[in-house]
Design a binder for this molecule. Structure first.
Ligand code: LLP
Length: 431
């Protein structure tokens, strides 16, 4: 479900015509729907109702302050991976006491900052990190709430670059080592064992890998909870979304994802996992990013040129891989639709950006309505890992972002002023 649709042939986000946003704010432009963000949060929240649970939105998926505020208003906690993300949550009015801090490389100063803010738990990814957290906490005369991140060695059957729960990956503590490390942790004076966490990967389109991992880890969680008086078990994020339209016309296959009707839904996920989790009697945390934000955002771009070579029809747009890197990085599929609905013949098109790399390609040989210079296109399902992964490569400013709620819309990030791209740089006097 999402709130982007055509009304009288014009693409809308909720009650706002994309055309009006483009006129006011230019392109490339991210547009987010408040309704979609809220609904996705609520759907998951409802599905998990039989459990004592907390949804911790993965800030890395979309860290815009207005998005974070939307979710914190709904009661969301947050999964963070850096001091910067925690600062964003706080700036957006989120509650640090509902934050869990993941990541394999937490620095001393990040740990100190998070401790001072009183986060819910550090999801600890190694024994050296555990020692460091204990030391920093001792220095601050504090007790750090911790959970070990267990790597269950279960294949998530997703793209290799976003698989995290096998022994090939850098994440977490090997399943077999968890008990030994908790025993050590118990002896540390400045940590308190609060729970256990796992996260096996992202864009999972089936419930089976989640269920396999949960089935494997639940007995361990039960044993440790009894031994140490744990409060929570976090099953991580990873719920996949539909990127590909039901009738895909392109050559690309989105990570072999099944058609929409077979997609993972919150109720399928909950039906399978609740019976496994409920007997634990622990608070269950879940860390979704993409499921909440993915279909809540689009990237709107202007057609600058149409270039026909003997072989190809290139549609050159003003957005590029610096705005949305997912196709270049993971060969990922994003549906591309015109801002003004077109009923004419479809033509094979390569939609490409202006960056000087062949990888700066949003789609290849895809059947799309014919575009001409000055048209606008929208790349769908760009709300997660879109703007958040943006860069200024080729000295291109970070794109603007707009949040829509009903008839209202507001610029929630201005287009980066071009001087800001090099604002921190200096030229030595001796040059
Ligand atoms: N929890 C942890 C510890 C994570 O590392 C992640 C994502 C999540 C939760 C949220 O996962 P989600 O529910 O969004 O699948 N840039 C890639 C995705 C990287 C995911 C990294 N970790 C992409 O564009 O597909």
């Amino acid at each position: 479900m999402h709130s982007f649709r055509y009304v009288h042939g014009r693409l809308h986000c909720e009650d706002v015509a994309i055309e009006s946003l483009v006129k006011r704010h230019g392109t490339p432009l991210y547009v987010y729907s408040h309704e979609t963000l809220s609904r996705h949060f609520e759907k998951l929240d409802e599905a998990l109702r039989p459990l004592d649970h907390l949804i911790c939105f993965a800030v890395k998926a979309n860290s815009n302050l207005a998005v974070l505020r939307t979710l914190s208003r709904k009661g969301s906690g947050f999964d963070i991976v850096s001091e910067g993300e925690l600062r964003r949550v706080i700036a957006a009015g989120g509650d640090p006491r509902k934050c869990v801090f993941a990541g394999v490389g937490k620095t001393e100063s990040e740990i100190a900052y998070a401790l001072k803010q009183g986060i819910y738990a550090f999801n600890v990814e190694s024994e050296p990190e555990l020692k460091r957290i204990n030391q920093v906490a001792a220095k601050l005369k504090k007790t750090a709430p911790i959970a070990l991140r267990v790597n269950p060695n279960v294949d998530a059957h997703t793209h290799a670059k976003i698989t995290t729960g096998t022994y090939e990956n850098k994440f977490g503590v090997a399943f077999e080592q968890v008990e030994r490390i908790y025993a050590r942790a118990r002896a540390l004076r400045n940590v308190r064992l609060r729970g256990l966490q796992m996260h096996i990967g992202s864009q999972l389109t089936e419930v089976k890998p989640f269920a396999d991992a949960v089935r494997k880890v639940v007995p361990l969680a039960a044993k440790l909870a009894k031994r140490y008086g744990f409060e929570f078990f976090s099953i991580g994020g990873g719920l996949g979304i539909v990127y590909q339209p039901a009738l895909a016309s392109g050559d690309e296959t989105w990570w072999k994802s099944p058609p929409a009707r077979k997609m993972l839904t919150p109720s399928k996920y909950a039906d399978e996992l609740i019976p496994l989790l409920k007997p634990l009697g622990l608070k269950i945390l879940i860390e979704p990013g993409r499921f909440i934000a993915g279909n809540s955002g689009i990237l709107v771009t202007r057609v600058e040129y149409v270039k026909q070579t003997g072989k190809k029809n290139f549609v050159i747009v003003d957005a590029a891989m610096n705005d949305l890197v997912r196709p270049a990085m993971y060969d990922s599929y994003h549906e591309i639709v015109p801002m003004k609905q077109a009923n004419g013949k479809l033509v094979s098109s390569d939609v490409v950006g202006p960056i000087c790399e062949s990888g700066d390609t949003f789609c290849k040989d895809r059947m799309l309505p014919r575009s001409v210079e000055g048209d606008y296109l929208a790349l769908l399902s760009a709300g997660a890992y879109g703007s958040a992964m943006g860069s200024t490569y080729n000295t291109r400013p970070l794109a603007a972002e707009v949040l829509v709620r009903g008839k209202r819309s507001e610029l929630v990030r201005q287009r980066q002023p071009i001087e800001m791209v090099w604002a921190g740089e200096t030229v030595p006097a001796w040059l």
